[in-house]
Design a protein. Structure first.
Length: 472
């Protein structure tokens, strides 16, 4: 069925509201197992037995069935080995993968967008097996004690593993995950005193880390190169106290005339916790010339830029040069509708990972006690204004007054939502664009310039203090 035309925004919003068959059942099995991780997999418990049974039943009839059934039986008796925990993590990952696939298929149907074929690379075997074994041992100890049983002695077991892993690029992805996970757990010790447990989040982190201990699972091979024109759509900024990442979403038009593809380019850097807002761009800019092109509204010409099968550009400034002016809304209206969505890596098949670029116009924005929504062809889509970064001029007020939006379609809290990357508003009856990444390459905007200066001053103070410490 051809998607409905929302005045230029091609998307069937009705399909995003309809129930997806089997979704509730799969998530119920995941939730049951997650509750078992709260109490721990060491001693028999009614919650444990129920969770393991529901997980095993949910994958019955699949290639995982026999191994998961055995793992569930052993875990219910308090006799599970590390291999059994890997099997349970694999079952949970597979269930959430099936949820991801069902939701992704619904998004493809709603947008009328094709998806590139997935490729499964063969493991390279380059990862240090002893380090993976050590990580698996610590994760198994966590599963046995459960979130209610964590204490500083258990959590601190991650420290030597992380320290040994970080120097090795082949396992640094897992090391970073374990480091962050252990920090969250340490801040919550002892588990017996927790008023609220982030059940889904910690189970996600545990199962993902457990799967990354399988040799070859963390391989992210470069599968090809990209030569052609890159047309930026917008920037998603993800900020933490000690790190920040900018992810540029774009349409790539191959020079050989092949089908356009939706791609991403990422840059991540550590940061002091005092550098926030527009100051983040000072940390990010030196590592990616693409940010300046985004800020200036220009395309980039790529030559043999490495790219993965998942549509992630392995950015190298030497293989890119600034191109002609390229308006993001013109790209969204013309080029994005024909661009194929990239494949998804097996371990990235999780509903929280869905972030599909979409274009909407002809909607009406409505603000009520439940938040901001876009009414698209009579159907309401929630708008996630909390994800709008403070490092740009885009604000919830501007989104509420918008008439067109380039955003990311996500799935959160059991529903599809829209995260705005840029909007068009009417100023004196003329369209004016506001981008979340407008300050990425620098700005003359008064608010942006003021924030940049404040960040520069903060950085100077930090450098002076660091120098003073080094001189002592």
């Amino acid at each position: 069925m051809v998607p409905a035309d929302q005045g230029g925004g091609v998307m069937r919003a009705d399909l995003l509201i309809e129930t997806v068959d089997g979704l509730d059942e799969a998530l119920a099995a995941v939730d049951a197992f997650d509750r078992a991780l709260v109490v721990g997999l060491l001693r028999p418990h009614a919650v444990l037995t129920t969770g393991l049974t529901e997980l095993a039943d949910a994958v019955a009839g699949t290639p995982l069935a026999a191994r998961v059934a055995e793992a569930a039986e052993k875990a219910a008796a308090g006799a599970a080995s590390e291999d059994h925990f890997v099997a349970l993590a694999a079952a949970r990952t597979a269930l959430l993968g099936s949820v991801h696939d069902a939701l992704a298929a619904r998004v493809e149907e709603a947008t009328g967008r094709a998806r590139a074929e997935a490729t499964v690379p063969a493991p390279t075997g380059r990862q240090a097996g002893n380090l993976l074994t050590a990580a698996r041992s610590w994760l198994s100890d966590l599963a046995r004690c459960g979130w209610q049983g964590i204490d500083h002695d258990v959590v601190s077991g991650a420290a030597p593993v992380v320290s040994a892993m970080l120097p090795d690029p082949a396992v640094r992805r897992l090391a970073t995950l374990l480091d962050g996970f252990a920090a969250e757990l340490a801040a919550s010790c002892p588990g017996t005193a927790l008023d609220r447990v982030p059940v889904r989040r910690w189970a996600d982190l545990w199962s993902r880390a457990m799967m990354l201990t399988v040799p070859g699972a963390a391989d992210v091979p470069v599968t090809g190169t990209a030569t052609g024109r890159l047309l930026p759509l917008g920037v998603d900024v993800q900020e933490h106290a000690t790190a920040v990442q900018a992810q540029v979403h774009a349409v790539f038009e191959p020079a050989d005339g092949a089908l356009p593809l939706l791609v991403r380019a990422n840059v991540s850097v550590p940061k002091p916790d005092t550098v926030v807002g527009a100051g983040l761009w000072q940390l990010l800019r030196p590592h990616m010339s693409l940010l300046a092109a985004v800020s200036e509204g220009r395309s980039m010409d790529l030559t043999d830029m490495p790219v993965t099968a998942e549509g992630d550009l392995i950015w190298n400034d030497a293989q890119a040069r600034t191109g002609r002016p390229a308006d993001a809304f013109a790209t969204a209206r013309v080029a994005m509708a024909t661009a194929a969505a990239p494949a998804t890596a097996p371990l990235d098949r999780h509903p929280a990972g869905i972030a599909t670029p979409v274009f909407l116009e002809g909607y009406s924005a409505q603000q009520d006690d439940d938040g901001l929504t876009f009414a698209v062809a009579g159907h309401r889509l929630a708008v996630d204004t909390d994800r709008i970064p403070t490092a740009g001029p885009l604000t919830p007020t501007a989104v509420a007054a918008s008439v067109a939006c380039v955003g990311l379609l996500r799935w959160d809290a059991e529903e599809f939502i829209v995260q705005p990357l840029a909007v068009e508003t009417l100023v004196r009856k003329k369209p004016a664009a506001i981008h979340a990444g407008a300050w990425a390459g620098g700005t003359a905007d008064k608010a942006g310039a003021k924030a940049e200066k404040a960040a520069t001053d903060a950085g100077a103070v930090l450098r002076e203090r660091a120098g003073r410490l080094l001189r002592k």
